[in-house]
Every structure is written in structure tokens, then in C-alpha cells.
Design a protein around this ligand. Sequence first.
Ligand code: R5P
Length: 300
Amino acid sequence: LPGCLVLSGGDPVSEEFSASLAQALRAPKASVHRKVFPDGESYVRLPEDATGSSRVCVVKSLAPPQDKSLVELLLILDALKEKGVSRVEAIVPYLAYSRQDREFLANEAVSVRAVLRAIRHAGAESLYTVEIHKEESLSFFEGRAVSVSPYEAMAEAIEVPDGDTVVIAPDRGALGRAVRLARALGLPYDYLVKHRDRVTGEVFFEPKSLNVRGYNVIIVDDIISTGGTVAKASSILLSQGARSVTVVVAHALLVGDAWRKLVSAGVRRVYAANTVAPASGNPKIIDVAPAVASALGATA
Ligand code: R5P
């Protein structure tokens, strides 16, 4: 990209993502210096290359610890604005808080709106993320906002099992994801019907019989957090006669005993994009930074 410096937010996920992005863009890369004060406050310092650039692509995943990652991103954006960098783009491979995209219960904060407004006001002219929970949330960002689909790039790295195979979304909201992955793999798709108790957070599935007997299933979702959704979906599909279950997910947070749940539910293999560092388990990580580079290049 003309005159673009890729600036890593300095944490391990952002470092790796920005290295791949810079390579794909054939752009120089630099990293912010970060530290934490004894009382827990964050500190960042820009490298000199950033203050002399006209265009900076800041790469900062809002991976856990989400709040600290967000504060660091805001500090970086504000510092760049103060230094007079005229064009600042925020590349946020994982946009935390995207699931709280409306008031599910009265008077709840719409977290994704607050986060997107803060990123904009801190100085990002545009925002690129990977697989936001709901595309509509991007309208909370008053500027160019793009959610890059990782599934086409992931499809190239996935080992599709031999035999009949179908892509299944664990809920209707993820159907678009199943369609994209299925098209890229040339496979059929379907979806389950999931509900979540908004107070306890527990998920349950409506009875729905799919024709999966003898099929290998690829479950696709945007996020695995506790693993509850994918584990239950896997158990249901295997009980309906599926031959095997593989999982493809954009953001594998895998908190707590999520990995153990997936293994106990019969999941054979998990593929994840390189947008967060999984807290447990051993998913196969696929680099999707080149897909973000293409999106950036296309809108340059
Ligand atoms: C919810 O609608 C999301 O798309 C994911 O299905 C959900 O966040 C996964 O969370 P967990 O792994 O805790 O079930």
C-alpha cells in the first residue's frame, strides 16, 4: 500500500499477524513498545518510524485480556493522532465485545457500539476486522468498516475428510458462515437451531433432524469461547449418525475446559484463524492476514 507502515500493537498475536500482513502488503513493519505500570495501568510508546509516516495500519487484536488490549489500541491511536499521522487504519483481527450487539435484556450496554465509537474517536479513519459476530454492527463505526471473511482462505488449508461431507452451522446466525465455507469447499450445508438463556448463558438446541447419517460434518462458527455450543452441536450430530466432526472457527478463544469439552464431544480436529491465542488445546492455526491484506489493497 502506498506509504503504509504496518504498526504492531506489540502483543504476540498482533506481532505475528502484522508480520504476515506486512509481508503480504510489501510494507515496512514496526512495533510499539508496551509495558504495564505496577498498579496495572497500560503504557505504550510509538517507534520513531511511526511518527514520521503519513499512513499507518495499526494491528491490534482485542484478544484476551480484552480490556487491556482495547486500552492499548486506544492509546496507540491517540498517540498517532497527536503526532499528526494523517491516515490511520485500525486492523483488529479479533474485535472483542462484538457479541453484545444489542440490548438482549432491558438497559444493557450495547458493548460493540461503545467499542467501535471509542476506536473511531481515538483516531482510526477506517477499521478492518476478521469475521465480526454480526456484519450490521459495523454501522456503529462512522467511517469505512470492513469485516473480512476468513473461510475462503481457511478452505485452502483444511483437510476435508474422505467420503460424503456436509458443512453445518450451529445456529441460524452462523448460516452465512456455513454458506461461505461450503461454497469454497464445494460442499452442501445446513444448520441447527440454537437458543441461549440470556441470564445463565446456557445453550440448548431445538430438536431438528438433519440428514447427516454416514456424513462427515464440518461445524463452522465465528467464536469458540467455553466450547458449549460446538460441543453440544457435535454430540447431537454424532448421535444422529454423523461419521466424524471437524470444526472450523474464526476465533478460538477456548477458555477454561473448552478443549476438553470438544474432545469429549467427539470433535476430531479444530481449525482456527490466527486472530487470538487459544487459552487451551491445540487447534490447527491458519494465517488469514493475507486475506486482510487483499481487502486493504482492494480499498486502498
Ligand atoms: C454465538 O452466537 C456465537 O456465534 C458462538 O456460537 C458462541 O459465542 C460460542 O460460545 P461458546 O463456545 O461459549 O458456546
